[in-house]
Design a protein around this ligand. Structure first.
Ligand SMILES: O=c1[nH]c(=O)c2[nH]c(=O)[nH]c2[nH]1
Length: 298
């Protein structure tokens, strides 16, 4: 009985690349998920473990990041994928074919009272509006909110001055990407409101505060968002937030002779920071049972 190797390909799946174009103060971002796969003379790696013609998947990943820098950005995903495929096939004689799949997550510039923001973005996606009503006899409470309002700032975020222990490796930074999926729930005072109008206004206030706060910590941004809502919306007694800190790590391109002036990032999906807090009026009416059975945080 003869056994032989059939069709095959291999590579690195889901390389999460964020590229920030900083040519002007109006940043443009590209958020991509790249899967690189190569085909070629791969008989020996499968049958005898000879890697001489096996360009490592790690190298494929590094190439994706390095090319984003060398090419001054990615351009259209079709162009990026074509150029990557041509690079892999043309530059490596043992690679005969390539499959490059790219997904692009699109971001919209956040609109503020001063117009479209230079470096703050929100993403259409899984955002959900929520409400939980609790009624006990004649008493009624309304807690409303949203989940997964995804936002990102490509600058205007710092993190430093924290305590260092022997386990601290995090470098201090005065310029990082700040990204989160905001979950918020707020408790209304009373039950007689134009809820659609209030919802739109509160959402806008959160977006605007996220965009306009020069952030020294995600905790500070959270607090500013809550404060903006409570200052502008007297019908809100308190607002609770749960916000992941979706880390973007600067890719070290120095092994490839490239600098990386805050342009090319690895967007990690886990672990993530988890920042939660309540921002409340000190004279707010008692919450009563408002939060009873509300899936909670804090
Ligand atoms: O905004 C931040 N808050 C933190 O508490 C924290 N911790 C950390 O490692 N990075 C950050 N960033």
């Amino acid at each position: 009985m003869g056994i032989r190797l059939g069709d095959n390909q291999y590579g690195k799946a889901e390389v999460r690349l964020v590229h920030v174009n900083r040519d002007t103060d109006v940043h443009r971002i590209k958020d991509l998920n790249v899967t690189s796969q190569l085909q070629g003379d791969l008989e020996d790696v499968h049958t005898v473990g000879d890697n001489a013609k096996c360009l490592p998947t790690d190298t494929q990943k590094n190439t994706v990041y390095a090319k984003a820098r060398e090419w001054g950005g990615t351009g259209a995903i079709e162009d990026f994928a074509l150029r990557l495929a041509r690079h892999f096939v043309d530059e490596h004689e043992y690679v005969s074919g390539a499959r490059q799949e790219v997904q692009e997550y699109s971001w919209n510039r956040i609109n503020t009272a001063h117009g479209p923001h230079d470096h703050a973005f929100s993403r259409d996606g899984a955002e959900t509006r929520t409400t939980v009503i609790h009624k006990d006899g004649d008493r009624e409470w309304v807690v409303s909110g949203f989940e997964a309002l995804t936002v990102l700032k490509s600058t205007g975020s710092e993190f430093h001055g924290y305590p260092k222990t022997k386990y601290t490796t995090l470098p201090e930074t005065d310029d990082r990407i700040l990204a989160t999926d905001v979950t918020a729930r707020w408790r209304y005072i009373g039950v007689d409101h134009d809820y659609d109008k209030a919802y739109a206004a509160i959402r806008d206030l959160c977006l605007e505060a996220f965009a306009e706060t020069h952030s020294l910590a995600l905790q500070q941004t959270l607090y500013e968002m809550g404060k903006a809502v409570l200052e502008a919306r007297p019908e809100v007694a308190e607002i609770r937030f749960s916000m992941p800190n979706n880390h973007h790590f600067l890719v070290d391109l120095s092994p490839f002779g490239l600098d990386n002036p805050n342009e090319v990032f690895f967007a990690a999906d886990r672990p993530y920071g988890k920042i939660e807090a309540v921002v409340e009026r000190d004279d707010a009416p008692d919450a009563g049972d408002a939060w009873k059975n509300v899936p909670g945080f804090v």
